[in-house]
Design a protein around this ligand. Sequence first.
Ligand SMILES: [Zn+2]
Length: 170
Amino acid sequence: MPSARPVTTLHAQLRWSLEQAVRTDPGTYALILRCPADRCVKVGRLGKLVLRKGYYTYVGSAFGPGGVARRVRRHCRLEKRMHWHIDYVRPAMTVIEAWYTHDLDPREHQWARTLSRSARFDASVNRFGSSDCDCTSHLFHSPYRPDLSAFRHELDASLMGSRNIDYWRP
Ligand SMILES: [Zn+2]
């Protein structure tokens, strides 16, 4: 049920919108970011990274307290302690969408593999977000806005299943 309290700040608005749409259950998500221009950003131990104009898709999972809703809200917030690779590049970009599933099987590496093979994505940022796994990356660039139905088709084609994937837009 929509709340009647006034929504004043951007943060409150995001929080409200997320609470309405995304459950606090655990799951896997892809964060879609728009990069308005070429940028150079220093990313922790990865060093300097050139971000290209266009779109970036970052894949992660949230199996801790607060689940997907809390994690996506964290990505939307700018004031925070830098923890993950994504935290360093996030301020250079705008969050435009999040795809997510509350499937209890972690899907992030499958999703990352699917994106790394997709012809719609022209580059991946080597070892980004994948220090603890075998994926080449968890961050992918595309010149055009990523499309959820195309992603669903690609998951189906690789027999990974695309049911129960939903989206949220700020
Ligand atoms: Zn991975």
